[in-house]
Write a protein that binds this ligand. Structure first.
Ligand code: IVH
Length: 699
């Protein structure tokens, strides 16, 4: 949430309000009608937030035409949704040679490979287009879907069928079910020609080949897509009934045999040095390639090893994107605005004179934090160097001192929250005596910015994920006093029934949308425990730690009882601390959360509506699901990390020490005191071979 940084007068605010309205309308048009956004989603949201902040400060500005009165101005759901059976993954990024070496070393370590043991990896260009998943049944193309959020994409089958390079019927002996994934892209020359045609016809042009490919694919009328020169490279797969190969390279060859274009610059490498050589080779050809690429993707070649390596969140451990260096530009820093986040953190955001960096117009950039601004002496009015790398938020690198205007004054970071006016402080670490880099608003629940951000987190995709209740609606409902805390969401229908001004009578709503919203809320009254915990927004408890807590405690009541008792030095604190992957900082944050009376009250209110269910398990069929396992001694067939990851994947909890709660001890050679303790407590103990059998088994 954001407030104008400077104090504006009404007249000035009116001008700014009108300017923002025009800018938002222009971007809406580009986004919804033309599929050609010229700013990032984050930048767009920033415009909306600033607009809304102005209206909040100057209610006189709100009229019937006000953009903030329109809910979901977006033409709803252009395409049918498609749920991906196998999620579409993302890639983690590396930027430097050292990070590439690290990436390879990490894989070797995880797999327990000796430095001289062979490890083959593929390297191929990272195509700057949009990924698409193509489903073939009995050799025929039956469905094509965009990536969407990785779980659910849009059905673009009719449009994909117009892409000449994509086979409608597969050649050769393809598996009966095959989802081929790859990149739809437009060549640079075709993009330029298309833009020229668009300009000539007085139609809007596209910012870059990627946007123009996306815009061309997401046309409601497939005949428009047919007129756009789109291409495709296959590089991955989703559901598949039988594997045609056991290596990445083999899969790519198989795709080629079925009739798909595959990238000819895909090679097999055997060391980090070789990967880097290929990276440089591709980088040197970048400008002469007919299409845009933004890096090189490395993948472990053996599919068996890919399986063993698995995933961290949504990115595979066995792959990485080596991005090309960032592009830079200079522009004027118009203002520094302070955003207040969920935990009260004050984040400075640079408002820039819009400038094109690597094909994208940038109007906002991150300034990191107070110390960075001071260290670089960045002043409002300065010319600043900015940099944009891939899809990360652009950053301000520093001022161009030669161009500094005389009147530019050093920036004074606010010591009061710009939203609620509470003191904003930097906590001092009691051990080191140093101040936290982040300045935080001390307003807690009285700070509207924090309250709204917490609500947004609560309904976000990996938390309650309530359809029809997104960030914009939360902001609006909060502003109108309909929702102040999470429990209010579940009381919405009840209260609306009694309210004088009904939700259905609001602009942007009607009977159906309100009914759908209430149904979506009702559907979330039962929710997996891990999501419930994540939604609470406890510091240091993201998705992964929420899962760990859910797995360990099994029920919310159990977590709550332990967390309440988790005073410093207590056994309860040690129990949380000891959960594999958590540790002291998380244990303290969990204890602190439950020690706050207002959190406890809010939980009571929430639990009167919501029932947390046992957590979503990936593989509950495994005999080790739900068991607490301790690994001790050395393992020979895999590393300790790999064994842990494997156990967690199967739904087991891994603990660091043996206690009466341990179900199973896996002991390798050299096991000592833990083995003795297990024997003493009568806990089942097995060796590595038996563990592998157990891990491979299902109920
Ligand atoms: S592999 C785990 N290979 O990059 C494997 N992705 O940042 C999943 N992309 O969503 C992706 N070229 O759209 C892969 N040669 C390539 C790629 C590539 C472009 C895109 C893809 C993906 C994104 C991840």
């Amino acid at each position: 949430m954001r407030k104008p940084h400077r104090k504006l007068g009404l007249a000035e605010a009116r001008i700014e309000h009108a300017r923002l309205a025009a800018e938002i309308a222009r971007n809406d048009e580009r986004y919804y009608r033309e599929d050609a956004p010229i700013i990032s989603d984050a930048e767009y949201d920033a415009l909306r937030r600033r607009y809304e902040a102005l209206e909040k400060q100057f209610p006189e500005l709100v009229t019937k035409q006000s953009l903030s009165k329109k809910v979901g101005a977006a033409p709803s759901e252009k395409f049918a949704k498609v749920r991906h059976k196998v999620p579409v993954l993302s890639l983690s990024n590396v930027f430097t040679d050292a990070e590439v070496e690290d990436f390879v070393a990490r894989i070797r370590r995880f797999l327990g490979l000796a430095a001289d043991a062979p490890l083959a990896m593929t390297a191929e260009p990272k195509i700057d287009g949009l990924s698409c998943s193509l489903r073939y049944e009995a050799g025929k193309l039956v469905q094509a879907a965009t990536r969407g959020d990785g779980y659910e994409g849009e059905d673009v089958t009719a449009n994909v069928k117009t892409i000449g390079e994509i086979p409608h019927v597969l050649k050769g002996n393809a598996p009966s079910v095959l989802e081929v994934r790859g990149e739809v892209y437009m060549r640079r020359a075709d993009f330029a020609a298309l833009n020229a045609r668009q300009a000539e016809a007085g139609k809007p042009t596209f910012a870059n080949p990627r946007n123009s490919a996306a815009g061309s694919l997401r046309q409601l009328d497939p005949s428009i897509t047919a007129g756009r020169p789109l291409h495709f490279f296959a590089y991955a797969w989703g559901e598949i009934s039988a594997m045609p190969a056991d290596t990445q390279m083999g899969m790519v060859h198989a795709f080629k045999a079925y009739g798909f274009p595959v990238n000819p610059l895909t090679v097999l490498c055997h060391s980090a040095a070789e990967l880097l050589r290929h990276y440089r080779d591709i980088e040197s050809r970048r400008a002469s390639l007919p299409y845009d690429i933004d890096g090189v993707v490395y993948k472990v070649d053996s599919l068996a090893l890919q399986d063993r390596l698995g995933f961290v969140s949504r990115a595979p451990r066995w792959a990485a994107a080596h991005k090309f260096p960032a592009e830079q530009a200079t522009t004027i820093l118009r203002d520094i605005e302070i955003q207040v986040g969920r935990t009260g953190a004050l984040t400075p955001v640079a408002r820039l004179e819009p400038v094109t960096v690597g094909g994208v117009v940038v109007a906002n950039a991150t300034l990191h934090n107070e110390d960075e601004i001071a260290r670089k002496d960045i002043r409002v009015g300065d010319w600043v160097r900015i940099q944009r790398a891939g899809d990360v938020i652009p950053q301000v690198l520093g001022p161009v001192l030669e161009k500094r205007p005389k009147e530019a004054k050093p920036y004074r970071f606010p010591t009061k929250c710009p939203v609620c006016g509470s003191a904003a402080i930097r906590e001092i670490d009691p051990e080191t005596g140093t101040a936290d880099v982040v300045r935080r608003c001390t307003g807690g629940l009285v700070c509207p910015a924090q309250a709204v951000e917490r609500l947004k987190h609560f309904v976000s995709r990996h938390a309650f994920d309530i359809e029809g209740l997104g960030e914009k609606q939360i902001e609006q409902f909060y502003r109108d006093g309909l929702i102040a805390k999470p429990a209010d969401i579940f009381a919405l229908a009840e209260r609306d029934a009694k309210a004088a001004r009904k939700l259905k009578d609001r602009e942007g709503y009607g009977e159906t949308s309100v009914r759908n919203l209430f149904a979506a809320i009702e559907a979330r009254r039962r929710i997996p425990l891990n999501r419930f915990i994540y939604a609470l927004g406890i510091r240091h408890v993201g998705e992964t730690n929420a899962r760990r807590l859910a797995r360990h405690f099994g029920t919310f009541a159990a977590l709550r009882a332990t967390a309440r008792a988790a005073k410093e030095g207590s056994e309860a604190r040690a129990e949380i601390d000891n959960i594999e992957g958590l540790g002291e900082v998380v244990a303290e944050a969990v204890a602190d959360f439950f020690a706050e009376k207002h959190n406890e009250d809010e939980l009571d209110a929430l639990l009167s509506y919501v029932t947390p269910l046992p957590m979503e398990e990936v593989a509950s069929a495994s005999p080790v699901a739900g068991k607490t396992i301790v690994f001790t001694g050395s393992l020979e067939r895999m590393t300790r990390d790999e064994a842990k990851a494997q156990a967690e994947r199967l739904g087991a909890k891994v603990a660091a020490s043996v206690s009466s709660k341990t179900d199973l001890v896996v002991a390798g050679p050299g096991a000592g005191s833990k083995l003795a303790k297990a024997a003493e407590l009568g806990i089942e103990t097995i060796d590595e071979e038996q563990w592998l059998k157990l891990a491979g088994a299902t109920d």
